[in-house]
Write a protein that binds this ligand. Structure first.
Ligand code: C5P
Length: 410
């Protein structure tokens, strides 16, 4: 895909270099269009070396190539990171004084803006109005993170991490202007992230799930018209506006939130990595080391108890009703007892859900990665839908295609 990476004049411009790397490593062709001010923070050689293309900021170079029109017209996606308050204002009002603003006026592809500025500027009525105008026009304006800003101050206005912008950009690319509206009117409940089971006030048993796949499913479902609730277990990624978030920490909390909501939804997707076990006892104060010279290696034994299988529980709650459509996920490694698909089929039968999305896991596969490949199994059918390797957003679109088919059959 052809991606234009616009870079505004903010201190966070250095993060755009990492974002550029994520795009090029994903096989995309990236043209960087910095503003004049951006080059005061990160110079042209950095952008040229990382993108493999020359950069220009004004509309007066390479005139015969008509860059002020061509770059925008040919783009599959435009991402601007960081987007300053000034750039938001120019984009909202259609000003076109330099190359980047010309690109924004000529692009007809999805546009993703990642603002970064001081809290006062972000909160100002002028910026609020500009953001509202842009969103009304279909531009994705990512919410800035809260945290440490350039000086000693903190608050909303930080540029989200490159990985989060990358994921939002891929979702926009996958959803695009022509995303089918085939989930309009559907209520979708998705659990994502990984549960944490506390041992004491500072320690927990956790897992490596980043929540990216569930977030990509939420974004793509919303782009296809669904109203989406995301039960998010310890999710550290920003969630786009319009998606309802229910934060949870433990498996029992996740169970409570999912079970109480599932009957009111058309589709429930259990992506969350739920801990199968939790410590039998929680200690109110930090578990301490002992200092007994006679037994210097003394260590506590932690007894675990089983957590409920939430997926199997909502299948049981549904009983003989036809709604909701229930989708499970399974991270599998093949072993001596069977291939990944054999294990997936056995799990689908055991859990009783309608669809099971199986992904093969290894040390560097799936967890925290942006690319994935999965097999989608359907109860009562031998057919397997293979998706990927592709971005989690693209894979999500394929999963929704299968779910939409399943909704029609229910
Ligand atoms: O049994 P396994 O953990 O492989 O199953 C994975 C699927 O089951 C996922 O959809 C996960 O969200 C769900 N699950 C659950 N409750 C558990 C463990 C897993 O709902 N205690």
């Amino acid at each position: 895909m052809r991606i234009v990476l616009g870079v505004g004049g903010g201190i966070a411009a250095y993060k755009a270099a990492l974002l550029l790397r994520l795009f090029t490593e994903g096989g995309h062709e990236v043209t960087v269009v910095p503003t004049e001010a951006a080059l005061k923070f990160v110079g042209a050689p950095t952008w040229e070396a990382l993108s493999g293309h020359p950069v220009q900021t004004d509309v007066w170079s390479n005139i015969t190539d008509v860059p002020h029109v061509r770059i925008g017209q040919e783009a599959d996606l435009v991402v601007v990171a960081p987007t300053t308050a000034d750039l938001l204002a120019k984009a909202a009002h259609g000003l076109a004084g330099d190359l980047l603003t010309n690109v924004l006026l000529t692009a007809r592809c999805p546009v993703v803006l990642a603002p970064a500025m001081h809290t006062e500027m972000w909160d100002h009525a002028a910026t609020r109005a500009n953001v509202a105008t842009l969103r009304e026009r279909g531009v994705t304006v990512i919410e800035p993170d809260s945290g440490r800003l350039t000086g000693a101050d903190t608050g909303p206005g930080r540029l989200p991490e490159p990985e989060a912008i990358h994921e939002a950009a891929l979702a926009a690319l996958a959803g695009g202007a022509d995303a089918p509206a085939d989930l309009t009117g559907r209520r979708v409940l998705i659990s994502t992230g990984g549960t944490r089971e506390p041992l004491d006030p500072v320690r927990y048993l956790g897992n490596r799930s980043s929540g990216k796949q569930g977030l990509a499913l939420a974004q793509t479902a919303a782009a296809r018209g669904a109203s989406v609730t995301l039960v998010a277990a310890n999710l550290e990624l920003p969630v786009p506006e319009g998606i309802e978030v229910v934060p949870v920490q433990t498996a029992l909390e996740l169970q409570e939130e999912v079970r109480s909501r599932s009957a009111a939804h058309d589709v429930v997707v259990m992506v969350a990595a739920v801990a199968d076990f939790r410590p039998a006892e929680y200690t109110d104060s930090k578990i301490k080391k002992t200092h007994d010279p006679a037994d210097p290696d003394a260590a506590p034994t932690i007894r675990l108890v089983r957590n409920p299988d939430i997926l199997a529980g909502i299948v049981a709650d549904r009983g003989s009703a036809s709604s909701p459509v229930i989708v499970g996920f399974a991270a599998e490694t093949g072993d001596a007892t069977g291939s990944v698909l054999d294990l997936g089929r056995a799990k689908l039968a055991r859990k009783g859900c309608d669809l099971l999305v199986v992904n093969e896991v290894g040390v560097d596969k799936t967890f925290g990665q942006d690319e994935t490949s999965v097999h989608v199994l359907t109860r009562g059918s031998d057919a397997v839908v293979d998706l990927g390797p592709a971005s989690k957003s693209q894979v999500s679109q394929g999963i929704w295609d299968v779910v939409v088919g399943s909704l029609a059959a229910h």
